[in-house]
Design a protein around this ligand. Sequence first.
Ligand code: NIG
Ligand code: FE
Length: 426
Amino acid sequence: MSILIENIKQLITCKSNNGLPKCGINQSEIGLIENAFVLIEGENIKYAGERQGLERFLGNAGKNDITVIDAADKIVMPGFIDAHTHFVFAGSRENEYEMRLSGKSYQEIAEAGGGIAATVNEVRKSTKQKLINESEKRLKKFISYGTTTLEGKSGYGLDKENELKLLDVMEELNMKNKYGIDIIPTFLGAHSIPAGNSKEQYVNLIIEEMLPRVAERKLVRFIDIFIEENYFNTDDAERIFSAGKIYGLKPRIHTDQFTSMGGIDIAIRFNAASVDHLEVLQKKDIAKLSIYNKASARKISAVLLPGVSYFLGIPYQPAREIINGDIPVVLATDFNPGSSMTENIQTVMSLASLKLKMSAEEIINAVTINAAYSLDLENRLGSIESGKQADLLIFDMPSYKFLLYNYGVNNIEQVIKKGRLVYKAA
Ligand code: NIG
Ligand code: FE
């Protein structure tokens, strides 16, 4: 099947630059083409560019066998990639949300037995099928807001059986979900210390029992840890990442959310794919990352989660300083039942605009090509270029900047995933 999107008012390609992520002033380069054409064949993009150049790709059949979409008044950009979520979980925590509104902090609720532990209890009680069903409902929301690729973490099982159950759910959903959403699983055994274990015992369990089994799942390429007071420290990360490295697992790290305690040093030591959260990131750590990235072929991305700042009432991330440090910025929802209960990446983009003071161009790259790079997927996803997977979004709006300006609504008109129309606004 072929689709031709013609006369596109503004095509935002997010064209990558020798496979590098967009850093510093380049984070504003969106590869805008006006009055553009995109030809999709099967799951892939055959051509993206101006009218001249298109003819030779149309072949003898011309437009006859092709579904044509007239986009004269439309904006087209790559499908959004949400590079940090915890979308597989059971139950919900609206009771905690209300406790926070009446003055309790996220940490106080966790200390009283709520927080991650509450969700772990629900997950352990749930069958795999129930988790698949609930998570698939969430996928429907993700796709409707334009998310075509989704990273998802385990971390609500906290024992071998249940951590593997969560990874199985993601593997099955990746093989088969209605929308064809690509799901990239991350092993986050070190999310919290389960009741009844000492930290030492639990870290040993992760290394000796969980990791060998996780590694059998070829789909899992990333390993995560929550570096925070009362959770895990850099010594634990050192042990867990050293063990993960043997299986080829690359770190993505929850760090500098409430406390700065050396997570950036560990990220550098293990050439992490990303450092995530960064609400309290210090200037000296920005400088370290910046120096490291200049010298390293593979850059460490900063995954900023302003939805968490909004939802928990904690500081916003120093995005401007991070961009000035030439560190590639990614934006993600951190969708989870405790600290950011939204599947809507457009809300996160709005927060990045108003609270992180990022430009529309920087924001669009942060949820497309830079997000793809942080997941090692930049060769297949994240931009509209010939040869890449046909994941793209169509908006009925006057310009791409309108997406940030018209906040709090779903601006999506159509979502094309792997060359197939999977969502259309009513
Ligand atoms: O990314 N910070 C740690 N973990 C999650 C929250 C998990 C939860 O509260 O259920 C996060 O914010
Ligand atoms: Fe998270």
